[in-house]
Write a protein that binds this ligand. Structure first.
Ligand SMILES: [Zn+2]
Length: 468
C-alpha cells in the first residue's frame, strides 16, 4: 500500500487548511483554505505546490473561509474537477466565497490608490487574489455528498461525510482506499465541534481509521460549560437595559450569529429578558440564516422540538434583519435599548464599526464580545481595555462597558477531542495533529500520546509522508 500525504496548510498554524492525498494515481485535496493569520497571508499569493489541473477532486469539510477560500484561485489556475461537500456547505461556501471575492477586489483597488498616494510599493500585486468571475466558474463544480452515504471519488477511493458539529453542513471526512486487495482508511477531522451545542447535531462517532488528521485549535485548554453563557448574556442585557444603552455584539456571520439568536430566543421564552428590538445587521449573516432555515434536517433534537412547538430562533418578536445601509443607519434613531448584532466578528470591518462609533463613548451601552479576538484587531484592543481606540479614522474614548462572554467556541477542547477519538474501536496506525498553533498542536499531541499510547506526529508545513 502506498498513500502519499502532504501537509500544505494549517500545519502548526490554524488557517489555510489544505492537505493532499495521492493514491492509485489520483490526487485529492482535502480543503483549500485561505490563510488569515497576518504572518502567513503571503502564502495565499504563492503559487500552489502542484499544477492546479493535476488535482482530480477537492473535498471540503466545511464552508469557513480558511477551509474553502482558495477554491476560486484553484479554479482560476486550471482546476476543473469535482468539489465534493454537503449541500449546506455548498450553499454557505457560495456566500462566503462571493463575499471574499468582493473584499479581494475592493482591497486591491484601495491599496493601489493608497500606496500611489504615499509613494509606497506593496509586496503583493495590486490585483485581487481572485474575482467574482472565478467564484462563478467554481460553483458548477460543486457536487453534493450526503451525510453517511459513501461517494466514489475515483476507482478504489470512497469518501464518507459524517457530522462534525462545527458549523451547519460541516463534516468529518472518512476516506476508504482499496489497493491490490488491501484497504486503508484516512480520517480528516476538519474542524470538530462540541457535543451539546445549540442548533447543531453532535459530532458523529467514528468506528475505525488507520490514519487520522485531527485539528487542535484548542488542543491545550478546556472550555467552560454552556449553562453559564446564556445566564451571562441575560445579565448583560438586563443591566444595559437598566442603564438605558444599547448592546452591540460584534459577531461572525456563520454559526455564531445564529447561536446568539438561539440564546436570545430562549431567554425571551423563559421570560429572563424583556422584549427588545434585536437587529441582525449583517446581510451576509442574514443570507446564511436563510440556509439554516431550509436545512432543518441538520438540526439536533432539542432544536427540532423547539421548532415543533412553533418557536423559531430565526423569527421571533422584535427580531429584524437589516439589508440596506439606510436600514442599518436607522437603528441609531431607536430610543431605548436595542440589541445590535453586526459583523465583522473582530471589528476589522463591516457595519459593526458604525455601531461602535455610535455607542462606544456612551457609558450606558455595552459592547459584548462573543468570539475570539485576534492580536492586532480593533476587537482585541477594546477587549484588552484600551481607553482610546481609532475607529473609521477617528479617535474614540472607550466609555461603554466591555464584556467578553467566554465559552462560545465552535471547536472541541482537548478533552472533547480525546473523547471523540476514544470512540475508535481500533488502534490507529498514526495520528497527525494539525490546525493548531505550534504550542497547542504539540501540547495536544503529547496529551493524546500519554492518554492512548498511540503514535502521534505534529507535521510541519509542506511535510510529506508515505502511509503504508
Ligand atoms: Zn471552521
Amino acid at each position: 500500500m502506498e498513500i502519499k500525504l502532504r501537509f500544505l496548510g494549517a500545519a502548526q498554524n490554524v488557517t489555510g487548511s489544505r492537505h493532499m492525498l495521492e493514491v492509485n494515481g489520483t490526487r485529492l485535496l482535502v480543503d483549500c483554505g485561505l490563510y488569515q493569520e497576518r504572518q502567513f497571508k503571503k502564502r495565499n499569493w504563492e503559487p500552489f505546490d502542484f499544477p492546479a489541473s493535476s488535482i482530480d477532486a477537492v473535498l471540503l469539510t466545511h464552508a469557513h473561509l480558511d477551509h474553502c477560500g482558495l477554491v476560486p484561485k484553484l479554479v482560476k489556475e486550471g482546476f476543473k474537477g469535482p468539489i465534493y461537500c454537503t449541500s449546506a456547505t455548498t450553499e454557505i461556501a457560495r456566500i462566503i466565497m462571493m463575499d471574499s471575492a468582493r473584499l479581494q477586489e475592493e482591497d486591491a483597488e484601495y491599496k493601489r490608490k493608497r500606496h500611489e498616494r504615499e509613494g509606497r510599493k506593496s509586496p503583493f500585486p495590486y490585483e485581487p487574489l481572485y474575482e467574482m468571475a472565478d467564484v462563478e466558474a467554481a460553483l458548477p463544480l460543486f457536487k453534493t455528498a450526503r451525510y453517511m452515504k459513501p461517494v466514489e471519488i475515483a476507482p478504489g477511493i470512497k469518501a464518507t461525510f459524517c457530522e462534525a458539529g462545527h458549523v451547519l453542513g460541516s463534516a468529518v471526512i472518512h476516506i476508504c482506499i482499496e489497493q491490490n486487495g488491501e484497504t486503508r482508511s484516512v480520517l480528516f477531522s476538519g474542524d470538530l465541534g462540541r457535543p451539546d451545542r445549540p442548533i447543531l447535531r453532535d459530532p458523529a462517532e467514528i468506528d475505525e481509521a488507520d490514519y487520522i488528521l485531527v485539528e487542535s485549535t484548542y488542543g491545550d485548554r478546556v472550555h467552560r460549560g454552556r449553562g453559564d453563557i446564556k445566564a451571562e448574556i441575560g445579565e448583560v442585557i438586563n443591566a444595559t437595559r437598566a442603564a438605558g444603552g444599547n448592546v452591540v455584539v460584534p459577531s461572525f456571520a456563520l454559526e455564531r450569529s445564529q447561536e446568539l439568536l438561539y440564546y436570545l430566543n430562549e431567554l425571551l421564552v423563559e421570560d429572563a429578558i424583556p422584549h427588545l428590538m434585536v437587529f441582525l445587521d449583517s446581510p451576509m449573516a442574514g443570507s446564511i440564516t436563510k440556509v439554516f432555515k431550509h436545512h432543518p434536517d441538520l438540526f439536533d433534537e432539542e432544536m427540532n422540538e423547539f421548532m415543533a412547538n412553533g418557536e423559531s430562533p430565526f423569527k421571533f418578536q422584535g427580531l429584524k434583519y437589516t439589508q440596506t445601509a439606510n436600514e442599518s443607519k436607522a437603528i441609531n434613531h431607536i430610543r431605548g435599548t436595542a440589541i445590535i448584532i453586526a459583523g465583522s466578528g473582530m471589528c476589522t470591518g463591516g457595519r459593526v464599526k458604525h455601531h461602535l462609533v455610535n455607542n462606544i463613548e456612551r457609558p450606558e451601552s455595552t459592547i459584548m464580545f462573543v468570539g475570539y479576538q485576534a492580536i492586532g484587531t480593533l476587537g482585541r484592543r477594546i477587549v484588552e481595555g484600551e481607553e482610546e481606540v481609532r475607529i473609521l479614522g477617528e479617535k474614540r474614548q472607550v466609555k461603554a462597558k466591555v464584556v467578553q462572554i467566554q465559552g462560545f467556541s465552535a471547536h472541541a477542547d482537548k478533552e472533547e477531542l480525546l473523547h471523540w477519538l476514544s470512540s475508535l474501536k481500533n488502534h490507529p496506525k498514526k495520528i497527525f495533529v494539525v490546525h493548531g498553533e505550534a504550542e497547542s498542536a504539540k501540547a495536544f499531541g503529547a496529551y493524546l500520546h500519554e492518554k492512548t499510547g498511540w503514535e502521534v506526529a505534529v507535521p510541519e508545513f509542506k511535510d510529506e509522508v508515505v502511509l503504508d
